[in-house]
Design a protein around this ligand. Sequence first.
Ligand code: CA
Length: 229
Amino acid sequence: MKKILIVEDEISIAELEKDYLELSGFEVDIEEDGEKGLDRALKNDYDLIILDIMLPGVDGYEICKRVREIKNTPILMVTAKKEDIDKIRGLGMGADDYITKPFSPSELVARVKAHLSRYERLTGGNEHRNDIIEIRGLKIDKTARRVWVDGVEKQFTQKEFELLTFLAENPNHVFTKEELFKEIWDMDPAGDIATVTVHIKKIREKIEFDTAKPQYIETIWGVGYRFKI
Ligand code: CA
């Protein structure tokens, strides 16, 4: 089932959109706050995002820009003001479409369907579309569990792959070694915190051009690590 995220602070509008989309067979999540909406959009894999512009926390422009930095998910911007359309166009922020309030729910559903099929055509119309993360020269295919650096495939152990993917999926977030250990090694009785350092070193040797000046995984001294975007 296709999953759609609605970021909208007017809950009556969000609920109406959700009802119509669910009737058309979509699974829908609603987030009312901009910051939470951004977080959810970055951490989850939605097939399409419906984004209001005026939001508490982070506005729709910023969310669109940040999502586009790492994902190609179709984004449909919703605005109450005609002036915003020029801004959406002018900023070239990567929104796929926009719709002005008030709109009919059936129009929204039609647009959503059109963008989903367009996106499927662009990505090869593959039902089992691979889940891919691309950040600069680094490409991670989560489905196939393969990694390329500047087009060259690199081999990773299972834990290295999980650690790299976890960091890349949560960019700009500083994690302590303890947090990473808990996330990747869970309750592994054989492991200890030093394992994290060893794995980071091995990952860097494979993805960094110069391990002394990491471009991807940054060490935050005395705290932990962060994946830079
Ligand atoms: Ca709003």
